[in-house]
Design a protein around this ligand. Structure first.
Ligand code: ATP
Length: 145
């Protein structure tokens, strides 16, 4: 069986959508995402499943090449060889403005360090996590395999 033909048999559809746009719609070979239960690896023919998505980096493989997407909290559903990921915000690594993410990180870090009375701790913590995910997705940091 030709290499190309064999790889098609391994594929399933990945769709990552936000309320604003379709961030990814592609045929992929594997996905690893972060859920409250831990890292979750998904291949073709995975059993139907609904789960939560953490703020973090979703990694997928397409034509043997790895791609990284930063995401906010959300949900995912695997069904009929289609993985649908729904989240408030997601960005492909190559579309991330790293300077903006680093500035968001510094702002959130400063708020958390100062801990002023009346500050929204959770909001700052979520902003910190989103910015870190964006920096990681843009650089592929710690996600080489
Ligand atoms: P910031 O403080 O920089 O706005 P944020 O975490 O508050 O960061 P969000 O509210 O999560 O930003 O996102 C608002 C919109 O901006 C979304 O569409 C998101 O995809 C986009 N976005 C946020 N940060 C970046 C970035 N560093 N690069 C590209 N797009 C980004």
């Amino acid at each position: 069986m030709a290499q190309e033909e064999r790889s098609k048999h391994n594929e399933f559809t990945l769709e990552i959508i936000t309320p604003e746009r379709v961030v990814v719609e592609d045929e992929v070979e594997s996905v690893v995402l972060s859920s409250p239960e831990g890292y979750f690896g998904i291949l073709r023919n995975h059993a139907p499943f609904i789960g939560g998505l953490n703020i973090g980096v979703l990694k997928y493989r397409k034509d043997g090449k790895l791609h990284w997407v930063a995401s906010d909290n959300g949900v995912f559903e695997m069904s009929g060889n289609k993985l649908r990921v729904m989240t408030d915000a997601a960005e492909r690594g190559e579309d991330i403005n790293v300077l903006r993410a680093k500035q968001a990180y510094e702002r959130a870090r400063q708020r958390l360090d100062e801990r002023r009375a009346g500050m929204d701790y959770l909001r700052a913590e979520l902003a910190l996590k989103r910015s870190l995910a964006r920096i990681k997705a843009a650089t592929g940091e710690g996600q080489s395999s």
